[in-house]
Design a protein around this ligand. Structure first.
Ligand SMILES: [Zn+2]
Length: 263
């Protein structure tokens, strides 16, 4: 296998959610504010997004996108400059420059901006599309039917369960099947010249859960979720990589964000 690198990676500063902490991890109390980042990655063969955050219009008008009850529970915070399209443009790209969108999964806080990239090729784990259309009752509120209805118009590639997909065939961007939170949850390993990151999506929500090896309270399949968590934990212990738990506020504070660019 050839050895290649992604050129640049930016963590896009998407809005935050403020939710009851117990919905994130068993035993927590009070409220917790969590980031919902998306990542823009430049590779010689394409411009890649890992997740697209919430629907950009939900920053100013969450009720029109999510309805009163869900909007009230989400506590969305952010400014209009945190719209994902604006952040991409602020880095000098057009949304039409994005060639690949990798969806950690299709919950509203990760796939809300997908509609901005209708000409990209979309990637999701096996079973994710079917599950988005016909979700299990637990957690079904995380799929927004009007958004799911658009998926049929786009080009999708599914990553087979329990396998990894080498996106550009050079080992620089590996889409890893890490199911459990949803059937098609995937993580992304990004190798840059100076640093390798593993972006967990929602395979893990908080670093405390990684330490305790606890699943998320609303996982679709708890046993698979724990297996995926342990797989990621073992990788982080044995390989030289930086684990970025995407919703973890401390991880967000520890790493740098756009316009800073990892190379
Ligand atoms: Zn999430």
């Amino acid at each position: 296998m050839s050895v290649g690198f992604a050129r640049k990676m930016w963590a896009l500063d998407c809005p935050t959610l403020t939710v009851d902490a117990v919905t994130l991890m068993y035993g927590l109390t009070g409220k917790m504010t969590i980031p919902m980042p998306a990542f823009l990655i430049e590779h010689p063969k394409g411009l890649v997004l890992f997740d697209t955050g919430i629907h950009p219009d939900a920053i100013e008008d969450p009720v029109s996108i999510y309805g009163q009850e869900l909007a009230d529970g989400l506590g969305i915070g952010g400014t209009i400059d945190q719209r994902i399209d604006r952040q991409i443009e602020a880095l000098g790209y057009k949304t039409s420059d994005v060639t690949h969108v990798i969806s950690s999964h299709l919950h509203f806080d990760h796939a809300g901006g997908h509609f901005l990239f209708p000409n990209a090729t979309f990637y999701a784990g096996q079973g994710e599309l079917a599950f988005a259309h016909f979700p299990a009752k637990l957690g079904s509120f995380c799929f927004i039917p009007e958004q799911v209805a658009q998926y049929k118009n786009w080009t999708w590639r599914e990553v087979a369960a329990r396998t990894d997909l080498d996106l550009f065939g050079d080992g620089s961007m590996i889409i890893m099947s890490t199911p459990g939170h949803t059937p098609g949850e995937v993580s992304l390993k990004v190798r840059l010249a100076n640093r390798t990151f593993l972006l967990t999506g929602d395979a893990i929500h908080l670093r405390a859960a990684l330490d305790l090896e606890w699943p998320f309270p609303l996982d679709y399949d708890t046993l698979s979720a724990v297996h995926s968590l342990l797989r990621i934990k073992r990788m982080a212990e044995s390989e030289e990589l930086s684990l970025w738990i995407n919703h973890d506020p401390d991880d967000w504070a520890q790493y740098q964000h756009a316009p800073y660019c990892y190379e």
